[in-house]
Design a protein around this ligand. Structure first.
Ligand code: ADP
Ligand code: MG
Ligand code: MG
Length: 889
């Protein structure tokens, strides 16, 4: 069996050659980076890591610690004791440790860290004696009892906060800083009473019991509800487990030469190359992010920019700051990426407690990637690989129009960029509920905690009254790509009446506000937005991506406006132009209805005559915008009854317009009723039964193409796509129809154009028979929406009721309508591609389902050697980047 406990830090015996100590899957992200920092000689308090494998084993065994684990932990503890020169539980000179969870990826929802573990009624005296600081010792002990009780024993933390408030009130104190040793000591007594009361037994005094209790709590937290929600939202498998890190304490709360802080080596919001962070003098652990005290700025420049009074670390602790800056540079060189760091200064000595690649906004990610290439830190391919394609989504949506009037209610910190408007909601459950009903909501909280994650996810934006740029709200919102304004201290929320006050304006839940996460502005009502553009770093990165991309990227677009947007975003053609939406337009729908309800071919042709010029104009406009690029047009696909009149009034109106009795029309409509329209009279079946419809559409396409070629000299290559084909014969008949129409039009126009006829592969039979079908098809476009429906036998429109539990229980790893079911549907794609190519080696292959914009599905398409993917216009840049990453492998 492999080793399950690894030590780090503490000089020579901490450095390890075992690759498992740097493997995040084994020791978790935090553990791997602690070991790595110690390995490159940075000051890391010594400690040890229990592996994720051990967590998985523990959970599978029904929560049992193995004898081996107990022995290995005991040995590892001696390592810490040896290097620090203190021993765990020793009343005279106690070693204290932190117990920290650490999964493969950073995961809010896991157990919170317990600090100062190893304190009890005896060791607190030793700590006071060796530090010469009673106040520090008792402050540490009360922190420990509170943290341990909250996260390990499950006692509500407000009980402790209330007790602290009472002590402060009794003594007339406003802040914790005013508390003296004796006050903390008295509070410890009360804390112990609270525990005894809640637990029915005293606070554990045995340090081994404390340690194992904390280890158990970390392991158990892997299966907490909070962790499960987070995993589901972030596609993290349930079988990874978390590691446990036990580490010697260093103290930022030892007076004015001590401090604690969090920092980024570059600005995580803008990407600017400037140290960025927050710190607090005489503080410990989470104080900086907890929002209890307002943190100070790290650098003089940032302090001046914010016009803040409390000294920056650069000014207050120049020596420790210089050392920190040196560490920043070392870490960036080592990791070749922006780092998110936690540190503590104990009596002027700097200690590193964490580093990891920092979360960043999409804008910052692009700027950093482009600048790091410029600095020679990384190459272009690395820059392309580094950007999460889905994160670009943040930049591909409208931002506030700088010229739109704004009714500013107040201002907070610009914690996560982007603009959002929506109704105020005051708790996470309400946010989720109202969002499910289709409402845009803004979650407004005093501050957020991991319990709010589902609400933040459901909300368009997040606004908090407390907390800095590194608060929970800020970090999580940036990760989710939600605009966030944090620390807006002018807000006061009154939960009982569900109202809030911003400055002197009173608002209530449900009122619309707008947030600008880039400036921190909070505005009343909805503010006008403008469309995004691919310029600057975004543009540069897309150029690099295109250089590495093999597959083409097209757009699913059916209006000239969509096509224009798609081209702006770099689309290289239209992969799917649906024609049915054109039929719904006002002014046309009655002609469409007349066609559908006609008794015979003659009646239909009369109606189609009216539609022809309209369709031709549609296509002409699209071809003009697409200037020479390929455009795949799908002939009419949906069941006809979708176009039928609704209700008596519409029937009457139609009867008037086309001069047929309403009763006749109703009877005819009744005949069109289908039990299962998705599998009914639709797709190419319409073309087979009513060839004149497809004939009209083909004519409109070719006439438009000729006209545009005539006018501009730039002829598009129309690709006529026949939907829902199951057999070769269907395509043979319809291709014949399209070809005959083309010949006629070209004769009439005196010009011949290149065009292709192909089909959508969206039925399993078509995929299986692709070899034969390819005899008639110049291209296949995988219509993976229908192919998923028909392969899984799941209706996309009805799946909402059961797909959630299906994904939760791992029946499908992800929603198969969002990310291609590679194992099942993917196999059909693969078979169809192979068989199609066997018949027609140069057959053009693409995908036009929703999956064409999903990075994982795009990687699959690359592996199958498809020629292009087609996605909605806003997703085109995402697809370009994902296709480049897929090509880079
Ligand atoms: P999280 O993953 O939530 O950031 P951490 O385990 O990093 O949790 O710890 C929370 C806080 O406790 C951090 O601010 C960290 O710096 C501090 N901390 C953790 N271990 C120690 C330690 N050994 N000495 C001093 N502070 C510590
Ligand atoms: Mg941390
Ligand atoms: Mg379809």
């Amino acid at each position: 069996m492999s080793k399950q406990v690894y030590t780090f830090g503490g000089g020579a015996n901490g450095a390890s050659d075992d690759p498992r100590t740097r493997d995040k899957t084994i020791v978790g992200g935090k553990g791997a980076n602690l070991a790595e920092m110690a390995g490159i000689g940075l000051p890391v308090p010594p400690g040890f890591t229990i592996t994720t494998e051990e967590c998985v084993r523990y959970l599978a065994s029904g929560a049992d610690f193995s004898p081996e684990l107990r022995a290995d932990v005991a040995t590892a503890l001696t390592h810490i004791e040896g290097s620090v020169g203190k021993s765990f539980g020793n009343a005279a000179d106690p070693l204290l440790v932190s117990v920290r969870s650490g999964a493969r990826v950073s995961m809010p929802g896991m157990m919170d860290t317990v600090l100062n573990l190893g304190l009890n009624d005896a060791t607190v005296q030793g700590l006071a004696a060796t530090s010469g600081d009673d106040r520090f010792a008792w402050d540490s002990y009360r922190r420990f009892i509170q943290m341990y009780s909250d996260v390990v024993l499950g006692i509500e933390h407000h009980l402790f906060e209330d007790a602290l408030e009472i002590v402060k009130e009794d003594n007339g104190f406003f802040t914790d800083v005013e508390m003296e040793a004796e006050h903390w000591q008295a509070l410890v007594g009360e804390y112990k009473d609270i525990v005894a009361e809640a637990l029915g037994r005293p606070f554990p005094q045995d340090v081994q019991e404390q340690l194992w209790g904390a280890i158990r709590a970390v392991f158990d937290s892997w299966d907490s509800d909070r962790a499960k929600v987070y995993r589901r939202l972030n596609d993290i498998p349930g079988d990874w487990g978390t590691a446990v890190n036990v580490q010697a304490m260093v103290f930022g709360n030892m007076g004015d030469t001590s401090a604690t802080g969090v920092a980024f080596t570059r600005d995580p919001a803008t990407g600017e190359r400037a140290y960025y962070g927050e710190w607090l003098v005489n503080a410990q652990g989470e104080d900086v992010v907890a929002g209890i005290r307002t943190p100070q700025y790290l650098t003089l420049k940032a302090r001046e920019a914010a016009n803040a009074k409390p000294l920056s670390m650069e000014e207050a602790m120049p020596a420790a700051y210089t050392e920190l800056a040196r560490v920043f540079d070392l870490l960036e060189l080592h990791y070749k990426d922006m780092q998110d760091i936690e540190f503590t200064v104990e009596r002027n000595k700097l200690w590193m407690l964490q580093t990891r690649s920092g979360k960043r906004t999409a804008k910052a990610a692009l700027r950093m990637a482009v600048e790091m290439v410029g600095e020679g830190l990384i190459d272009e391919a690395t820059a392309v690989r580094r950007i999460d394609p889905m994160a670009l989504d943040q930049l591909l949506h409208p931002t506030l129009d700088p010229n739109a009037p704004r009714d500013i209610l107040g201002k907070g910190l610009p914690a996560s960029p982007g603009a959002a408007s929506g109704a105020i909601v005051l708790d996470a459950d309400t946010a989720e509920h109202r969002a499910e009903l289709g409402e845009a909501v803004i979650l407004v909280r005093v501050e957020t905690s991991p319990e709010d994650i589902h609400g933040m996810h459901a909300a368009k934006g997040v606004l908090t009254a407390r907390g800095g740029m590194t608060s929970h709200a800020a970090v999580v919102a940036r990760g989710m790509g939600r605009p966030c304004v944090s620390g807006a201290s002018a807000i006061s929320i009154d939960m009982p009446s569900r109202t809030l006050q911003i400055g002197n304006r009173k608002l209530k839940e449900g009122d619309i506000i707008t947030l600008d996460g880039a400036t921190g502005d909070i505005m009343a009502g909805e503010v006008k937005t403008i469309e995004p553009e691919l310029v600057g770093d975004f543009g540069t990165l897309m150029v690099w991506a295109d250089q590495h991309r093999r597959m083409k990227v097209r757009a699913n677009a059916e209006t000239p406006a969509d096509c224009r947007m798609a081209r702006q975003f770099g689309a290289e053609g239209v992969g799917l132009c649906r024609t049915e939406h054109m039929f719904f337009e006002a002014g046309r729908i009655s002609a469409v209805r007349q066609m559908i309800l006609a008794e015979d071919e003659g009646g239909r042709r009369a109606a189609l005559e009216k539609l022809l010029p309209e369709q031709r104009a549609d296509f002409r406009a699209i071809f003009e915008v697409m200037a020479g690029l390929p455009v795949t047009i799908r002939l009419l696909d949906p069941p006809l009854h979708e176009f039928l009149p609704h209700g008596d009034a519409e029937f009457e109106e139609l009867a008037q317009t086309i001069g047929i009795g309403a009763e006749t029309l109703k009877r005819r409509a009744g005949e069109l009723h289908e039990f299962n329209p998705m599998l009914g009279h639709r797709g190419c079946r319409l073309g087979i039964t009513f060839p004149e419809i497809y004939e009209m559409q083909a004519r409109a396409i070719f006439e438009a193409a000729c006209d545009v070629a005539e006018a501009s000299g730039e002829a598009v290559v129309p690709e006529v796509m026949i939907p829902l084909v199951a057999t070769k014969r269907e395509l043979e008949i319809l291709r014949g129809l399209v070809d005959r129409t083309a010949v006629k039009v070209f004769e009439e126009k005196g010009r011949k154009l290149e065009y292709l006829v192909g089909t959508m592969i969206e039925l399993p039979r078509a995929a299986l028979m692709a070899g034969e079908i390819a005899e008639e098809a110049k291209f296949f476009s995988f219509g993976t929406n229908d192919l998923t429906q028909t392969t899984l036998g799941v209706s996309r429109d009805d799946a909402a009721r059961f797909l959630g539990p299906y994904v939760e229980q791992g029946i499908y790893p992800r929603d198969p309508f969002v990310s291609l079911d590679v194992d099942g549907v993917g196999q059909l794609v693969k078979i169809a591609a192979e068989r199609g190519r066997a018949t027609r080696p140069d057959i053009k292959l693409g995908i036009c389902g929703e999956h064409g914009g999903d990075p994982a599905s795009i990687a699959f398409c690359e592996a199958q050697g498809l020629d292009y993917v087609s996605a909605s216009p806003y997703r085109v840049p995402i697809a370009r980047l994902a296709a480049a990453q897929a090509a880079l492998g």
